[in-house]
Design a protein around this ligand. Structure first.
Ligand SMILES: [Zn+2]
Length: 105
């Protein structure tokens, strides 16, 4: 009984790695290519599209990925992006995890 059980294979390590990948999105949103892309996208799409549907003219605050990156959406593709204001982006982000709910006015 002299051996210490130190060489146990930690099978949970790879799983943890996969989990960490989600945090890489934050890195991406701070990256140069994205900032440059978002700046140009905002210039081309200066209004929140969700508000426009309700006949509201609200300046864009964030460039949102229609198909989220973590769901395999294209990162730097304008056809996968939409302009949102802060409140529309917040309601979309909070709605994504529980399925998209109908937002009351
Ligand atoms: Zn909006």
């Amino acid at each position: 009984m002299a051996k210490k059980p130190e060489k146990i294979q930690r099978s949970w390590v790879p799983q943890r790695r996969a989990f960490e990948r989600e945090n890489n999105n934050q890195e991406f949103y701070n990256s140069w290519p994205w900032r440059k892309f978002a700046k140009r996208f905002k210039a081309n799409n200066p209004l929140c599209v969700k508000c426009l549907e309700k006949d509201l003219v609200v300046p864009v605050k964030v460039v949102d990925h229609i198909t989220p990156i973590k769901a395999g959406g294209a990162k730097l593709d304008e056809s996968n992006c939409q302009s949102l204001c802060a409140s529309c982006h917040n309601s979309k982000s909070s709605g994504e995890s529980r399925g998209y709910g109908v937002k009351s006015r």
